[in-house]
Ligand binder design. Structure first.
Ligand code: GUN
Length: 300
């Protein structure tokens, strides 16, 4: 069997089109423009790339984009003031504080200061609690993107066995909650899991989110299973020339694609869905703030 490739790049483009259509309607019918604020503290190169990309895609979707670039030595007090100002700004519907923050800043405190209704990352404990109890919440972008792709591929995933490898607050735990919400039987596996290959072999759906390059080989995969690879790992690639690198996921693509029914590639799988879902969450937050119906197909 050769797996069907789930094209995240094309899927993300469709999500962005839906977002754009909804933004047009909000503007034309209600005179409202959704606004997203991104706060970056310091000069982490990867974060700068993310933030630039977020700003560009926000504008392309017709939304208002605001960026706050603060010095690496910004005090907690000053950062909290910026968040408070954005909480109070009626033109801002989504706030994202780029992580990781410099060491002297308390991430939990900063995330906890964001108005939960504007928390488009879904990291605030109110949103974590709402998601965990099956109530309407803001949902973390990467797991939301994975869920959208799974629903699109399968129609319904109800009753399927799902294994999530990785227990991070950003991906693993919310992913498990979303799969449970769609009535999967869910296992969360992690570094201490006993006999991980056997646990993964039971799964109809495998979501790999551990951050370890090519950790999952094809012989762990049940024939026909759907494999969602959240990992983005950069490896040296001397075969491509001196100093060259290549991106790989958390699964060994070649061997898994021979056994799986469907698989997301790296790059071009889950990655592009994260920002698309951030835009979707911003529109959702804007609709909720204005008592308007939420965009269909863009929420959990
Ligand atoms: N850093 C890397 N990914 C993310 C993300 O999705 N949200 C935030 N806030 N920071 C990140």
């Amino acid at each position: 069997m050769t797996a069907r490739i789930i094209d995240g790049k094309a899927f993300a483009a469709r999500v962005r089109e839906k977002v754009k259509d909804h933004v047009t309607r909000l503007k034309e019918d209600h005179g409202i423009t959704p606004g997203l604020a991104v706060v970056l503290v310091g000069e982490d190169p990867a974060s700068q790339v993310y933030v630039r990309s977020k700003g560009k895609q926000t504008v392309e979707a017709g939304m208002k984009s605001v960026e706050y670039k603060l010095d690496a030595d910004t005090s907690e007090e000053d950062l909290l003031k910026v968040v408070q100002q954005l909480n109070d700004d009626p033109e801002i519907h989504g706030i994202l504080v780029q992580l990781p923050l410099p060491k002297h800043l308390n991430e939990d405190l900063v995330i906890g200061s964001i108005d939960p209704a504007k928390d488009v990352d879904g990291f605030h404990i109110s949103n974590v609690g709402l998601l965990g109890t099956g109530q309407k919440s803001m949902v973390p972008c990467t797991p939301l993107g994975c869920l959208m792709m799974l629903r699109d591929h399968h129609g319904s995933i109800s009753g399927m066995d799902a294994v999530v490898i990785g227990r991070s607050n950003i991906v693993g735990k919310p992913m498990a909650q979303l799969l449970l919400g769609d009535s999967c039987t869910v296992t969360i596996a992690h570094s201490r899991t006993r006999d991980l290959p056997e646990v993964v072999r039971r799964a109809d759906i495998v979501v790999a989110a551990v951050g370890r390059p090519e950790m999952v080989p094809g012989d762990w995969i049940k024939p026909g299973a759907t494999v969602i690879d959240v990992g983005i790992n950069r490896l040296d690639a001397p075969e491509k020339g001196e100093g060259k690198t290549r991106l790989v996921g958390d699964v060994e693509y070649e061997s898994c694609a021979k056994v799986a029914g469907a698989i997301t590639p790296v790059p071009g799988g889950v990655g592009p869905m994260t920002i698309a879902c951030l835009l979707a969450n911003t529109v959702t937050a804007c609709c909720r703030a204005n008592g308007l119906p939420e965009p269909e197909g863009l929420t959990a």
